[in-house]
Design a protein around this ligand. Structure first.
Ligand code: FAD
Length: 404
């Protein structure tokens, strides 16, 4: 078989672009198909936690990340009138709590990874393209695309997110592998409302199992609004922006001045994002020459705070194994999984109480949540809380060294 494998990546997001950059650097040709017609800017802050920081160092992208990292100093819990009720500086939990040591917008991290790809001479990027069929035989995989083309590859990497097409084509329908965690999350960019402090992640609980948040942007005059809604699963919301915004409008109605500003902003913003909170579980991430990377294979939902870390660590291990065994992709994919599983198991632990604790339903629940937050963020509780944080475990994971 071909000693230099031809690799196809489905999905030009965080995991897909990271694995492409690493493979290209080792001289392995990569084709990336991305369903969107161009890289999508913006997005909320994503966290670089645990060993993903070491991956960024080894990839040589840490200086660029440091230049564009957000100046996010901690969390502010707001009362019903939008006034500060509780302040939790990030250093209280050594940058391992709700606000991580390194935060960067998803769009900026994606742009840095695309720069890393460009520095290698570039991959064959095809925007507005996606896979429609994968037929494997012992020597390779024939892949058909929406454009009508068919091509042959040695390895296919499904890095196409929570609703992965690669997973559906090769492993089975989405409901077999996803567990709905009980709610939805939405983000958009908006002008920083008066009274919202720049550099702090402000959260407000609204009666009716709804959370409202404002996260800092690189430019302090704008911020990233965040809405968390606890609700039964509603399949009609998928890809229906009007229905998604109607749900948000209903939940935020009567929620006060900040809620009204978010409702007004979401219909004019260019980067409205809405998705369900779900976890993805597969007994194996690879089938012969096809493997899954990031949310496609092991999404833990944004509640875990480790989605980007898992995509970067996964990309590093997957590229490392393919480069180490270029003539034997099946073995490379099996070793990737074996090395990645322990990290995924710890990284997907949810914070205590999960979504229910973040979105109390009643006024009494909100008051109780505030009392618990005050207690848990007091300095004498720090040792106990630190032990409960997933990052205290994920940071002990040791990345393997690869010669390349
Ligand atoms: C537009 C967007 C905005 C996001 N904003 C945030 C955010 O603000 N905060 C946060 O915590 N997480 C956000 N996420 C999710 C976050 O990026 C991931 O959870 C995490 O980085 C893991 O990366 P990933 O590569 O597995 O998935 P992603 O970074 O989601 O990348 C998946 C990529 O696959 C593409 N894709 C999907 N289906 C197909 C297909 N059939 N064919 C080809 N390409 C396909 C998508 O367009 C996307 O570019 C966002 C994701 C997207 C797509």
């Amino acid at each position: 078989m071909n000693a230099t494998p031809r690799v196809l990546v489905s999905g030009g997001g965080i995991g897909g672009n990271a694995v492409a950059a690493l493979l290209l650097r080792a001289g392995i040709p990569v084709t990336v198909v991305e369903r969107a017609t161009a890289p999508r800017p913006g997005g909320q802050a994503v966290d670089l936690r645990g060993p993903s920081r070491e991956v960024a160092e080894r990839m040589g992208i840490m200086p660029a990340i440091q230049r564009r990292r957000l100046d996010e100093r901690g969390m502010l819990y707001l009362d019903d009138h939008g006034r500060e009720n509780l302040r939790v500086p990030a250093e209280l939990f050594d940058g391992k709590g709700g606000v991580a040591d390194i935060e960067i917008t998803r769009g900026d991290l994606n742009a840095i990874l695309l720069d890393a790809v460009a520095e290698t001479g570039g991959a064959d990027y095809r925007y507005g393209e996606s896979i429609t069929d994968i037929a494997q035989d012992p020597a390779g995989a024939n892949v058909s695309f929406a454009s009508g083309a068919t091509e042959r590859y040695d390895v296919v990497i499904g890095a196409d997110g929570l609703h992965s097409t690669t997973r559906a084509l090769v492993f089975g329908p989405e409901p077999e592998f996803t567990t709905y965690l009980g709610g939805y999350m939405s983000f958009c960019t908006m002008d920083t409302p008066e009274g919202i402090q720049p550099h702090w992640f402000s959260m407000q609980s609204l009666v009716g199992a709804t959370g409202l948040g404002f996260r800092p942007d690189a430019d302090p005059s704008t911020c990233k609004a965040l809405v968390i809604i606890r609700a039964p699963a509603d399949p009609t919301l998928r890809r229906d922006t009007t229905a998604q915004q109607n749900l948000i409008r209903t939940r935020l109605s009567g929620g006060g001045a900040l809620a009204d500003l978010v409702v007004a902003a979401m219909s004019t913003t260019e980067d409205f994002y809405f998705d369900e909170l779900s976890r993805v579980d597969l007994p194996h991430w690879s089938r012969e020459r096809v493997t899954l990377l990031g949310d496609a294979g092991y999404c833990g939902s944004p509640l875990s705070g480790h989605g980007t870390a898992m995509a970067l660590v996964g990309a590093y291990l997957l590229a490392g194994e393919i480069i180490a065994a270029p003539g034997d992709p099946v073995r490379a994919l099996a070793t990737y999984e074996q090395r990645m599983r322990p990290f995924v198991t710890t990284a997907r632990r949810l914070p205590p109480g999960g979504l229910r604790a973040m979105t109390p339903n009643s006024r009494a629940g909100i008051m109780a949540g505030r009392a618990v937050s005050r207690l848990m963020t007091s300095r004498f509780m720090k040792p106990l809380v630190m032990r409960m944080l997933p990052e205290s475990e994920t940071e002990t994971y040791r990345l393997p060294e690869y010669a390349a």
